[in-house]
Design a protein around this ligand. Structure first.
Ligand code: GRF
Length: 217
């Protein structure tokens, strides 16, 4: 039987190291044969994520938000257009620093994921590590969730906890967490591609009781 690979559309604003982890997982990791990245859209001119896309022969497209004249929906229409022509099945925000319009979410209902560098619902927003350190938590981590109309809020797919140490800085905590972001994002996409994710209200379940070693190890 020939498996039809799921097409991923990545949307990023910056470095794109999560984007790279996803592209690598498609090329030679857990997403191989299951999914491929059809396009990487970026809203920031000169962002490193566009260079990373090139390395993987993934079309990298700049849809610049600075100086964009229309509404948020107009902007999102440009993104959606680029994804539709490439038959994108699932949208992965990877360090995408903009709010998304209801129009966007309607076009890809239940098919937009995001990664956040904290254990949601704690420390939503742009400064998760700074906020976690200032609060004094002893454990932080990362979360992959479906995107809804509120920031860092939608149904949680997978989380990984990491320790916070007394001498941590935003940088040391950030890099400890990132290592796991690179693991849990491809895992969440894999479950999606295999049709294993079930959402009821805001509870996500993984069909067939998939083991949770990644979360607990
Ligand atoms: C990651 O920490 C991600 O969780 C957050 O923004 C950061 C993006 O890093 N949303 P990168 O662009 O993937 O390197």
């Amino acid at each position: 039987m020939v498996t039809v690979k799921k097409k991923i559309g990545i949307v990023a604003s910056g470095s794109g190291s999560n984007a790279e982890a996803i592209m690598e997982a498609c090329r030679s990791g857990i997403l191989r044969g299951l999914a491929e990245v059809g396009v990487l859209l970026c809203n920031k001119r000169g962002a490193l994520c566009l260079e990373r896309a090139k390395k993987f022969n993934v079309p990298g497209i700049l849809v610049e938000s600075d100086g964009f004249k229309g509404t948020r929906e107009d902007f999102d229409r440009s993104l959606v257009k680029e994804m539709k022509v490439r038959n994108v099945d699932i949208v992965c925000f990877a360090g995408y620093m903009r709010l998304v319009s209801p129009y966007f979410l309607q076009q890809y209902a239940g098919r937009v994921m995001n990664i956040h560098p904290a254990l949601l619902p704690s420390f939503q927003g742009m400064h998760a590590h700074k906020d976690a350190l200032a609060y004094g938590v002893k454990v932080s981590g990362c979360t992959v969730h479906f995107v809804d109309e509120k920031t860092d809020h939608g149904p949680i797919i997978i989380q990984k906890a990491v320790p916070v140490y007394d001498d941590d800085t935003e940088e040391t905590l950030g890099s400890r967490v990132l290592k796991y972001e690179y693991k849990i994002y491809p895992q969440a996409i894999k479950w999606f591609a295999e049709g294993k994710l079930e959402i009821k209200d805001r509870i996500v379940k993984i069909k067939n009781g998939e083991d949770k070693t990644l979360v607990l190890e």
